[in-house]
Design a protein around this ligand. Structure first.
Ligand SMILES: Nc1ncnc2c1ncn2[C@@H]1O[C@H](COP(=O)(O)OP(=O)(O)OP(=O)(O)O)[C@@H](O)[C@H]1O
Length: 255
């Protein structure tokens, strides 16, 4: 079943001074199946953040459609956007975005508090998640007392606790050392194996090599896609590296 459909997406920024126009997305089309794990790559300035912001309903496209479960999120009323985001999407950011004055448990509870769930339900949802993400021992701690890897696992728990249809991750391993990054990627794979749909924007070949499909953006358009098929993570790594090297040399001659 198709969870997300992106159709003819275009985004033109008009700069405040001088009225210059920048075409960040020129014509983006792709869809994501329920349960997929998709990575989006592309050189700096290719339009990844612009795309993610539109998928997160933080920004509007100039034209085009984004359908989540058939509902066009581009036309949702401003007054309904926060609730829509809270009920359908989970976010994982590069720099964790945890509130420093809240305990880890309260950070994870936050989206449910905003959705006015009672404590018993919040706790029932937290326990299996905390176990799976190996953060049971740090729930009472504060962000400044734990490692980057632990912070990111707490952020993943916060993203998952609402049972979102789609998890959007923006460079989730960007601030982690290699061991913590690998640990997080294993957890993402395990979460995806349980059926969670994940869309991750990343510059990291290692991170993208864990996804089931990698989509490359060049100059605001989809340039190429790699499907995992029966490939191992190592095979994916090689193929992604090759595609990025072709992209960096101008994008010609891709086999
Ligand atoms: N608010 C804005 N106003 C004007 N131009 C913008 C704005 N945001 C992004 N752009 C331009 O749109 C294009 C795409 O930018 P975007 O940030 O989406 O790229 P990116 O692929 O995420 O880059 P990076 O990997 O460096 O984060 C770039 O040319 C950028 O300069």
């Amino acid at each position: 079943m198709q969870l997300l459909e992106v159709k003819n997406l275009k985004k033109i920024y008009t700069t405040r001074f001088g009225g210059n126009q920048v075409q960040a997305l020129s014509n983006v089309n792709f869809s994501v199946e329920q349960g997929e794990y998709l990575a989006i790559m592309g050189e700096s300035g290719s339009g990844k953040t612009t795309l993610l912001n539109i998928l997160a309903s933080l920004d509007k496209p100039t034209s085009g459609e984004v359908l989540l479960n058939g509902k066009n999120i581009v036309t949702i009323k401003e007054s309904e956007i926060s609730a829509f985001r809270r009920d359908n999407l989970g976010f994982v950011f590069q720099d964790f975005n945890l509130l420093e004055t809240f305990s880890i448990q309260d950070n994870i509870f936050l989206p449910l508090v905003l959705a006015q769930k009672n404590y018993q339900e919040m706790n029932q949802r937290l326990q299996p998640l905390a176990k799976r993400l190996e953060i049971e021992a740090i729930l009472a701690k504060f962000p400044y007392e734990i490692s980057g890897g632990q912070k990111q696992r707490a952020a993943v728990a916060r993203a998952l606790i609402t049972n979102p249809k789609l998890v959007l991750a923006d460079e989730p391993t960007g601030a982690l050392d290699s061991k913590a990054a690998m640990n997080l990627l294993k957890m993402f794979s395990a979460i995806n194996d349980l059926g969670q749909t994940i869309l991750m924007v990343t510059h990291s070949v290692l991170a993208a090599s864990h996804a089931n499909r990698v989509l490359f953006i060049k100059d605001g358009e989809i340039f190429n896609q790699i499907y995992r098929g029966s490939m191992s993570n190592d095979d994916m790594y090689q193929k992604i590296s090759y595609t990025l090297s072709v992209l960096a040399s101008g994008g010609e001659n891709l086999e």
